[in-house]
Design a binder for this molecule. Structure first.
Ligand code: FE
Ligand code: CA
Length: 503
């Protein structure tokens, strides 16, 4: 795959640069509609999804982006070069008000293991150029550069980490949840949410997503590589569980709120039609294969979970260890273990949200009820399931906690018996603000937990058939713009030998 230079990204932001085929057509009543950028996602060996949404006035309170009820034809092109002199695939799709004039094109017929460039044209306007990457051919295992991130609170900082991710030229980006936050605007942060209220209806979720997508750093990251996304809680409401709300404000039917939130999420993400929501339900967990190298099992840890035990929080709670409790639901659990047992690739990456390893907060056994510690039997069934199948290359990827952590997954955390997998926890993009590099988080209760850092950033992984090279990447501040990125900790995970090793 040829490298994506910084020049590519800058040029990609200029709609008219290098246009050879999609010339602007006659002007009409719609002003420039590509204010939310473009995105690709869901890579396969023969294609990927390309996304955009027409929104000439993205923050209009009605959530319709300045569009009327009229449907609009959107042309798209995928080319092998960024000047679009070699068109690989092209077509036309209809953007409708039903889906907020978003389009999700499932491009196929492409070659495996290479980069492409794509763009859209609608109502005489041409979009920025994005870069898509196809997965390698089945059975092949070229090295994969994958970045993962989580927890991007718009008010609490600038999305410099997204900008730096775009500059890394990755093949793939994972977002592990808290892509948006649902809270009301505040007056004490570096930026201010739109709309100003805690969002709960469809129009409000659409405006919040649109506000995020107007951020140029986030646009750069979406344009740079295909993404795989899964949500956590804040895409709907803090710490909700299935259809159990966290609190009673704002009032209203929570089922309707979840339906609105899921719909807006789908409308703004480069997902396939298989993920389109039906009322308050959305099939988000799915598998994405990366040749013979890796399988990404993208999990949904919100839609099917039992309510947090003992009223949530961090506490001593024997009920959390009840055998029947589930975080991902019986159907997803079977789907996950069945898929892992197929040994589709060398590495099994579990892209998911909440802290997986046991992490005791105090000697009397207090632990977080929102994480897998609140559903320990479910964690145990997964670990023993993949262990019994002889799988030695499971890497759990986690977000949610606004700190970086790294841990060995143990067959028995209390006796520290046998490493059965590895967990990498990314910090937030901005949530929590600047952080403090001097903070400490490790304690003797959790000897399998090896790394902690309270700064903002993301994780870079470079995966080959023999090892995963891991770099924890950080910016010093997010309350001021444009800080550089630097690596503060690296690990190697060896194939066949689970756990964190010194590089
Ligand atoms: Fe978060
Ligand atoms: Ca969260």
């Amino acid at each position: 795959m040829s490298p994506l230079t910084r020049r590519t990204l800058i040029a990609g932001g200029i709609a008219s640069a290098g246009v050879t085929v999609l010339a602007p057509t006659t002007a009409n009543a719609i002003s420039y509609p590509f204010t939310l950028g473009v995105a690709s996602g869901e890579p396969a060996a023969d294609g990927f999804v390309i996304w955009t949404r027409l929104a000439p006035s993205p923050l209009n309170a009605d959530g319709l982006g300045g569009m009327t009820s009229a449907s609009v034809a959107v042309e798209w092109q995928v080319a092998t070069d960024q000047r679009f002199s070699q068109i690989a695939r092209s077509g036309t799709v209809t953007a409708t008000q039903t889906w907020a004039h978003s389009v999700h094109v499932e491009v196929d017929g492409l070659q495996p293991g290479r980069e492409y460039f794509y763009r859209f044209r609608a109502a005489g306007h041409i979009s920025p150029v994005g870069r898509g990457v196809t997965a390698p051919a089945p059975g092949t295992s070229p090295a994969l550069t994958m970045l993962f991130a989580s927890c991007s609170h718009y008010e609490e900082g600038y999305f410099t980490a997204y900008r730096r991710m775009a500059e890394e030229n990755p093949h793939l980006i994972l977002h592990l949840g808290d892509y948006i936050y649902e809270g009301a605007a505040t007056t004490t942060k570096v930026r201010k949410f739109a709309p100003g209220v805690e969002i709960s209806g469809l129009a409000d979720y659409r405006v919040r997503h649109a506000q995020y997508k107007t951020d140029v750093d986030l646009q750069a990251a979406h344009a740079a590589a295909p993404w795989l996304v899964v949500w956590d809680d804040h895409e709907v409401e803090n710490n909700y569980a299935k259809l159990v709300r966290n609190d009673t404000s704002p009032a209203g039917d929570f089922k309707a709120r979840r339906a609105a939130a899921y719909k807006a999420y789908y409308e703004h993400m480069p997902l396939r039609a298989a993920q389109a929501p039906v009322a308050e339900n959305m099939q988000l967990y799915r598998r994405v294969r990366w040749g013979g190298l890796a399988t990404f099992h993208m999990l949904d840890t919100r839609q099917y979970r039992d309510d947090q035990a003992c009223g949530d929080g961090t506490k001593v709670c024997p009920e959390a260890d009840a055998p029947a409790r589930t975080l991902i639901g019986a159907t997803q659990e079977s789907w996950l273990l069945d898929g892992m047992r197929q040994k589709l690739g060398t590495w099994d990456f579990l892209g998911q949200q909440v802290f997986f390893a046991q992490k005791l907060a105090s000697a009397d056994g207090a632990k977080s009820m929102d994480s897998w510690d609140g559903y320990s039997a479910n964690r145990g069934r997964l670990q023993s399931g993949w262990d019994a199948a002889g799988l030695r290359n499971t890497v759990v990827l986690t977000g949610d906690v606004h700190r970086s952590w790294a841990a060995n997954l143990m067959a028995n955390y209390n006796t520290q018996d046998r490493i059965v997998g590895t967990e990498l926890v990314t910090t937030s993009v901005t949530s929590g603000g600047d952080g403090n590099a001097a903070d400490t988080g490790l304690n003797s209760l959790n000897p399998h937990v090896k790394f902690f850092k309270n700064l903002r950033g993301y994780v870079r992984t470079v995966t080959s058939p023999t090892q995963v090279n891991v770099d924890f990447r950080f910016v010093d501040r997010v309350t001021a713009r444009d800080y550089p990125i630097r690596t503060l900790q690296s690990y190697v995970i060896q194939a066949g030998n689970p756990g964190l090793q010194a590089p």
